[in-house]
Design a binder for this molecule. Structure first.
Ligand code: MG
Ligand code: ZN
Length: 367
């Protein structure tokens, strides 16, 4: 009698389990494997939930980030401040260490911290950085340079030559070409077999080994000043170059100027830059869906401006907002993930956890 009851329960479970498994939507993604070969970390500088929601309002169903299968929140505070800057924020994502505001991948004591980009490179993976600021600006710098002064962008440029990064695209030509110390780092890059480009249209991908695309003297212009589709285009080009390495790659892409729109308390600036960043995410998704071995993480280093959305219309895509502040705020920021390993990026995590999860997914030991 007891056995019969147990048997019946087993039968009932067998019948019910498949029903529950398929009760939701189709599985959101198909992986060839459980761990990624490639990781694309995409940072919307200053992109809090409100900034992102402007993009969701404007683009509706076409907002790429809104379709990511896994999401969570990130605590952004730095070693010496409740409110981080982009230097300490990038250091957390790049090295797994909280450091002081203004520091670039050095500890609060000033010790160099090895970055995930440097580790990936030492393991034979391809590496890349793409940004709409100068490529020597705090966020990209955090992945490749080491200094306790983020303002030392000429010094940060020198650190690019200490690595063998395969592709970097952004502004910041003057930090390589017109430096205070008069050293011409463009010549040094050429000696290290980099193709130098001032315009992405001039880049013949099949004939490029390593690419240094410095598309503006300082920061790139903002969207409303004619930057066009540079960020999505650069993301697409970087992926074409990096995918040639069969061991895999690490790529960081930054929507740098969402933050600057926040500092300016300029909602149109924020909307344009967030939409543009999401277009770049679209290029990454296109690649990752075909590839099946690429993890994409989309997040922010901090929120900027204390943006509140005070009105809007989903149907017409109009949005109104108000800023309470000219600087960064302490609120947690959203994180989204797609691809093998993406299920690990849920709940509330420290910004330093993102690095630790990525290192583990690559199969790299912590330095
Ligand atoms: Mg930045
Ligand atoms: Zn900022």
């Amino acid at each position: 009698m007891v056995r019969q009851i147990v048997f019946r329960q087993v039968v009932v479970f067998l019948l019910i389990i498949p029903v529950f498994t398929y009760a939701g939507n189709d599985p959101p993604q198909k992986h060839k494997q459980k761990v990624p070969r490639n990781i694309i970390l995409m940072i919307g500088d200053g992109m809090g939930s409100a900034q992102l929601y402007t993009c969701i309002t404007v683009k509706g169903d076409k907002c790429n980030i809104a379709h990511f299968p896994y999401s969570g929140f990130v605590k952004t505070y730095s070693a010496d401040s409740y409110i981080t800057d982009s230097g300490a924020g990038a250091t957390a994502y790049a090295t797994g260490h909280k450091t002081n505001n203004g520091y670039i991948s050095v500890s609060p004591e000033g010790k160099n911290l090895k970055t995930i980009l440097e580790t990936a490179e030492s393991k034979g993976l391809a590496t890349g950085l793409v940004a709409t600021s100068a490529i020597t600006h705090a966020t990209p710098a955090g992945f490749i340079a080491h200094t306790s002064n983020r303002g030392n962008m000429d010094d940060i440029a020198r650190d690019f030559l200490k690595t063998d990064i395969d592709v970097f695209i952004g502004g910041g030509y003057d930090n390589f070409a017109h430096r205070k110390d008069s050293i011409n780092l463009i010549d040094s890059l050429r000696a290290h077999k980099y193709t130098i480009a001032r315009d992405l249209k001039d880049v013949d991908v099949p004939n490029v080994s390593k690419l240094a695309a410095l598309l503006a003297d300082g920061p790139m212009p903002r969207i409303s000043a004619g930057r066009g589709s540079m960020l999505p285009d650069a993301t697409e080009m970087a992926l074409k170059l990096l995918k040639r390495n069969k061991k895999g790659f690490f790529l960081m892409v930054e929507g740098s100027q969402i933050d600057w729109g926040g500092h300016d308390n300029d909602l149109n600036y924020v909307v344009d830059e967030t939409v543009d960043f999401d277009n770049a995410v679209g290029k990454a998704i296109e690649f990752a869906k075909k590839d099946g071995e690429t993890l994409i993480i989309v997040t922010a280093d901090h929120e900027t401006g204390g943006l509140a959305l005070t009105g809007g219309d989903i149907k017409t895509g109009k949005v109104q907002g108000s800023f309470v502040y000219k600087d960064h705020t302490a609120v947690m920021v959203p994180i989204f993930a797609f691809g093998p390993g993406s299920e690990q990026f849920t709940g509330l995590m420290e910004n330093t956890d993102v690095y630790k999860k990525c290192m583990a997914l690559y199969g790299f030991k912590l330095p």
